[in-house]
Design a protein around this ligand. Sequence first.
Ligand code: AMP
Length: 190
Amino acid sequence: MNNIIFFGPPGAGKGTQAKIISNLLNLSHLSTGEILRKKILEKDPLSIKLKEIMSSGKLVSDNILNTIVSSTLTREEKNGFILDGYPRTLAQAEFLDNFLNKSLIKIDFIFNIKITFEILKDRILKRSSEERRDDDKIEVIETRYSEYLNTTEKVSNYYKIKQPGIFYEIDGSFEINQITKEIKKFLKKS
Ligand code: AMP
């Protein structure tokens, strides 16, 4: 079984790769951004708050994310899973580690997709015209990128130090197929 975490700034292509690899290996794809975007459509008081936070580019609270992830993983962990967009804070990483320890689940691969701000800005602006996401505007991209640098990069560094044997750096500047090829190379190796 394969349990995988994808890290990377917004626009690095982690959602795209997570989708491809989850189809390839028949894993559950747990994209917290997607789950939250679906929740927004429910139009209850929580969804109004979520929409406000997400369209500003800020992070949603750890409590909400931890609840979503633990309940989804409890349902889906049997098949193996890909975490795409979680954990994004050290508190989420701590929660996840405890949850996995208690459930006797281990992570097999961590892929950290790296990309420069210039490339990601271009990609996200292109995506904004295709997918019409509220948070794909230039001002919001800057906030999302600084959330990544100030908070989420610390989480990937934490795993890089804690689990170097399963941590793989991926160059996200290449074409989609090329990046998939690189990821598959690491998946095959171990
Ligand atoms: P994404 O589709 O992964 O780029 O996520 C879109 C937005 O959802 C983010 O900018 C955050 O506002 C929110 N979000 C997704 N995952 C998380 C998380 N693990 N922690 C906090 N906020 C999150």
